[in-house]
Ligand binder design. Structure first.
Ligand code: FAD
Length: 622
């Protein structure tokens, strides 16, 4: 349930939970700018920096974020990338956030964009993307201390906000301030509206030098300071030693979803990226799938896979909205999921924010799928639909800073010890490219490019498809995607006309892409179990062999989660990987691209640290 906010007669929002007004709303924009933005020496401090990272405690109604974003937009010397990481235990509704900005017309266009992305804010980290990926808001929903402990980046500025220390003491106690200090580097600036003695003392104890500064009337004083401890600060990034990197040039091997997403994430940060692929055109591998399903995973215990899949769906959703044409390249039509165990799969007592994602399917939805007589529950996914992955690959590769090179089959990699460069050779031993940094995104073939290999398994899959033209009827087709054991996509526009797709087979340790008649029959059998009425309509097409087929090879790790990050900093310096997308490349690839780029730059991660660890390529090492 979003936090219930009362609106007082003077228009200020009020929390009955804390018996306090939302602080940032007091005194309007001038006050918010004065306390936090100017209090941290911004915008001057970020001028000409490649990135700037702000950590805020207490997102509230988002006013500080909007004010900062607006200042970034207006500044010709703005950093290339602005990270704003904010914790919030009780998120307000998107509508309340918009309403809070109503008094400030200059913020309204930004507030509308914020409102549009503030859905499904379950506990955890949510990455919201603005300004073509150059303003990144990480909303960390949950207890402040726990959320701060999840952070492994160094903040350049800290906004200490929240309800009054007398109303919400936990937010300002020593443990919280210590957790804030752990995210600071020497000279990180801090600002707050409170000058409560306990806060001043606590900050001093944690290594900040703090002072009272004159406030903008009617406020008498504000707090400003810097992190400058007498001791050597413990590195926030202790788990991975981090050396600052300057964007230069790099090579990505593989122009599927994984490679294209990594390339786009790096190019956005200023890298010159060459993407090499053995095929003549991008998306020649598994990502050449005619259309696939974008859908979150659900499980009664809200497993790691479920939480990762939600982060991933959100990331792909944002890119699809930004880069693709709805109805042509993708469709946010929703997905009805039928599970083998006949349950909805949803966690019991899921917070209301979960309903933005997935809910038990309604009888009307079941009836629309021709399953009106079926009494077994099913799950309805709101944030779901189909995508033509090749369209997304092309759109990602079209970003500035990326050079695509087809017909480049990499046979081996070698590191030149003198220069530290990786050299990429073909079978004829011609050097195709060289760079300090190489990202392997070659699907299951990635294992062949590393001595000793990566624990990757090829899993062949064949799907069946056909055109609506020539069918006696399509009226029984569901108006949305249905999945379960197999999937059915009712309508995807192709060059030849509107198409249906059904599939797919799942054949472990096979990497042939020849299509097989037996697999077509297996797909019909799957469809009969999933959607009997639709299967009846399509059965003649399968029986007279006029259903078309497409086959590709998935790449999976033993635990079915992607492999993203440094291969091995000692044995393979500069070699990174993003692969093992399994059957969920549409949900994972974009997220993994951002994760790889964020890890490389020591940035705030687009997901919880412990979820990121679950994707580490090192996880299989003994
Ligand atoms: C039948 C089927 C159905 C699927 N359905 C869905 C679905 O509904 N939803 C979903 O999310 N996912 C689905 N998937 C999975 C999805 O297609 C993959 O997870 C995703 O495309 C993987 O992207 P990738 O970039 O890792 O690999 P790929 O797209 O395979 O890209 C790897 C690229 O590397 C290139 N390459 C390989 N070796 C070399 C080399 N030595 N030198 C140069 N280039 C090289 C290849 O040419 C290829 O272009 C399905 C897969 C299949 C096969």
């Amino acid at each position: 349930m979003p936090e219930r906010i009362e609106w007082l007669a003077d228009g200020t929002p009020y929390s009955s939970r804390f018996g306090d007004r939302y602080r940032s709303e007091l005194g309007g924009l001038a006050q918010a700018r004065e306390v936090f933005l100017h209090g941290c020496g911004l915008p001057e401090a970020w001028a000409h920096e490649p990135q700037w990272r702000i950590l805020e405690t207490g997102f509230g109604l988002g006013l500080n974020f909007l004010v900062t974003w607006q200042a970034w937009k207006a500044d010709p010397a703005r950093p290339r990338l602005l990270h704003f990481v904010s914790t919030e235990a009780f998120p307000a509704s998107a509508d309340d956030m918009l309403r809070a900005a109503a008094a400030h017309p200059e913020l309204r266009p930004l507030a509308i964009q914020l409102q549009a992305q503030c859905w499904g804010l379950l506990p955890g980290v949510h990455r919201l993307v603005f300004e073509e990926g150059r303003v990144l808001l990480s909303l960390c929903i949950g207890d402040t201390q726990a959320m701060l402990r999840e952070q492994h980046f160094e903040a350049d500025s800290v906004y200490l906000d929240g309800f009054s220390p007398s109303k919400n003491p936990d937010m300002w106690d020593l443990q919280t301030l210590k957790a804030v200090a752990r995210c600071c580097r020497r000279s990180t600036r801090i600002a707050s509206w409170t000058i409560a003695r306990a806060v001043l003392d606590g900050l001093t104890q944690c290594g900040f030098t703090v002072r009272k500064t004159p406030g903008l009337p009617p406020k008498r004083d504000n707090l400003q300071g810097e992190f400058d401890p007498r001791w050597e600060p413990r590195k926030a990034l202790s788990s991975t030693p981090f050396t600052p990197v300057t964007p230069s040039s790099c090579v990505v091997i593989g122009a599927g979803l994984a490679g294209a997403a990594v390339a786009a994430s790096l190019a956005r940060r200023g890298w010159q990226v060459e993407v090499l692929d053995s095929h003549a055109a991008p998306a020649g591998g598994a990502s050449g799938l005619p259309a696939g399903v974008l859908v979150p995973h659900v499980s009664p215990d809200d497993s790691v896979l479920s939480r990762l899949s939600r982060c991933g769906v959100r990331a792909t959703w944002q890119q699809a909205q930004a880069l693709l044409q709805p109805g042509k390249d993708w469709q946010a039509c929703g997905v009805l999921e039928r599970r083998l165990d006949g349950s909805t799969g949803l966690p019991a007592g899921w917070p209301e924010a979960g309903h933005d994602w997935s809910q038990p399917a309604s009888p009307a939805q079941l009836a629309q799928a021709g399953l009106g007589g079926d009494t077994r529950p099913a799950c309805w996914h709101h944030r779901a639909g189909w995508i033509q992955p090749a369209r997304l690959v092309h759109a990602l590769l079209a970003q500035p800073g990326i050079r695509w090179r087809g017909g480049m089959q990499v046979a081996r990699l070698q590191r030149d010890m003198a220069t530290g460069h990786w050299q990429l050779f073909n079978v004829q031993e011609s050097c195709l490219a060289q760079a300090n940094m190489v990202v392997l995104a070659a699907g299951h073939a990635s294992r062949l490019l590393i001595e000793g290999g990566l624990p990757l398994q090829p899993i062949r899959g064949q799907m069946s498809w056909g055109l609506h033209d020539g069918l006696p009827t399509t009226t029984g087709f569901p108006p949305f995607v249905v999945n379960g054991s197999g999937s059915f996509i009712p309508s995807v526009p192709t060059d030849d006309g509107m198409a249906w797709l059904a599939g797919a087979t799942f054949e472990r340790d096979q990497d042939s892409i020849e299509t097989r008649p037996a697999n077509q029959q297996a797909n019909l059998a799957r469809l009969q179990a999933l959607l009997p009425a639709t299967a009846q309509t399509l059965a003649p097409v399968f029986q007279n062999d006029s259903a078309r087929a497409w086959a590709g090879v998935r790449c999976a790790a033993p635990d079915r989660l992607p492999l993203v990050g440094r291969v091995d900093a000692n044995a393979w310096p500069g070699l990174w990987v993003s692969t093992a997308m399994g059957s969920r490349g549409l949900s994972f690839a974009v997220l993994c691209g951002e994760l790889l780029a964020a890890s490389l730059h020591g940035e705030p991660l687009p997901l919880e640290h412990r979820l990121a660890q679950a994707l580490s390529p090192q996880r299989f090492q003994a």
